[in-house]
Design a binder for this molecule. Structure first.
Ligand code: DP6
Length: 328
């Protein structure tokens, strides 16, 4: 996009995949979560971000996977975010062109917005010589997407309810055997964004109050289980969290359905595997893809079972990611 000038900063980030979900926004503060979340950094999905300075707000652009983002999307999401960065980094005259490249599909329920907004905030911070600490960058990234507050950190990150920033709960080496298999069940972009889906569920689902009431329990449970490296306990909390989150979507008026037949086939496969003694637990986000949490020793068996439903290249096996890193 800017072939004649080297970027002011280039770095790589990974999405933050919630094991216990944030779903719904607090009425207080901009884009603060109503429910607490605990997430892992996914090392096999990568977003690369380059930033260049430009002369004015009118020259600001965001290129994503080789194409300029449509003006409406730019005006709604990126322009306010870049203005927020100017204010929060206290650099009122810094304007930015941004290039985003993902090695995985965008807006398909793979938490791409977490990696993108974390990446932009981190890249601007790097271009400014690293003036802000990671906690402050997390708060800035949250303005773009609350899940991005978590993606600033490697390993396991927590974003408490109503928090302005996330923090690192466990480093990447905390649980070397932990694996997350991303099973891509359907192609194409999701019909409705997670932002819109959580707003609609909050305002129309009769189950939303119950979701909100119970969510802190699963968060507490997941933290204890993560600390103890107890997959069964973690898997139980994780399953309750995503199924209750989807219950709020399925009971919204009108209901929202992200699941595809292939998603249900994978959920049932995970259930069948568990019954046969395999430690594997599934979760889903606002999209049709299923993510399966398991241990390294179980991966070959789980993949064999998944391959009877999906082509091998639709399954990506991740470990706890190390967070962002600068380009070589
Ligand atoms: C289901 O962080 O994409 O993935 O803050 O409105 O940008 P905004 O929403 P976003 O929502 C993520 C929802 C989720 C659960 C999670 O990541 O915790």
């Amino acid at each position: 996009m800017e072939p004649h000038r080297p970027p002011a900063a280039t770095l790589h980030t990974h999405p933050s995949l919630a094991l216990v979900k944030y779903w719904g926004k607090s009425a207080r503060g901009h884009n603060r979560p109503l429910t607490p979340s605990l997430a892992m950094n996914i090392n096999r999905l990568t977003t690369s971000i380059c930033v260049w300075r430009c002369a004015s707000a009118d020259e600001e652009r965001v290129m994503c996977d080789g194409e300029e983002t449509p003006r409406a999307l730019f005006r709604r999401n990126y322009r306010p975010f870049l203005a927020h960065c100017r204010a929060r980094f206290r650099r009122p005259r810094d304007f930015w062109r941004v290039q985003i490249d993902n090695d995985y599909p965008l807006a398909a329920g793979l938490a791409s917005s977490s990696a993108i907004y974390a990446g932009i905030a981190l890249a601007i911070n790097a271009a400014l010589g690293g003036q802000e600490k990671q906690g402050a960058v997390s708060a800035i990234a949250r303005y773009g997407s609350a899940s991005a507050a978590r993606a600033v950190f490697g390993g396991v990150a927590c974003l408490p309810a109503r928090a302005h920033r996330a923090y690192c709960y466990a480093p990447p080496h905390h649980w070397p055997e932990l694996r997350l298999i991303v099973a891509r069940c359907a192609a194409g972009q999701k019909p409705i964004s997670s932002r819109e889906a959580m707003r609609h569920s909050k305002s129309t689902s009769p189950l939303f109050a119950e979701w909100r009431r119970r969510a802190p329990r699963w968060y507490r449970e997941a933290r204890i289980a993560m600390r103890a490296r107890d997959l069964e306990r973690l898997g139980g909390a994780m399953q309750q969290s995503y199924l209750t989150m989807f219950a709020t979507m399925h009971t919204a008026c009108p209901p929202i359905f992200y699941w595809e037949p292939q998603s249900i086939a994978i959920i049932k496969e995970a259930q069948r595997l568990r019954k046969s003694g395999v430690a594997v637990w599934e979760t889903m986000d606002a999209g049709p893809q299923v993510k399966l949490l398991t241990l390294a020793a179980e991966v070959p068996g789980v993949l064999r079972a998944l391959h009877s439903h999906l082509p091998p290249n639709h399954c990506i096996v991740s470990e706890l990611g190390g967070g962002w890193y600068a380009a070589e």
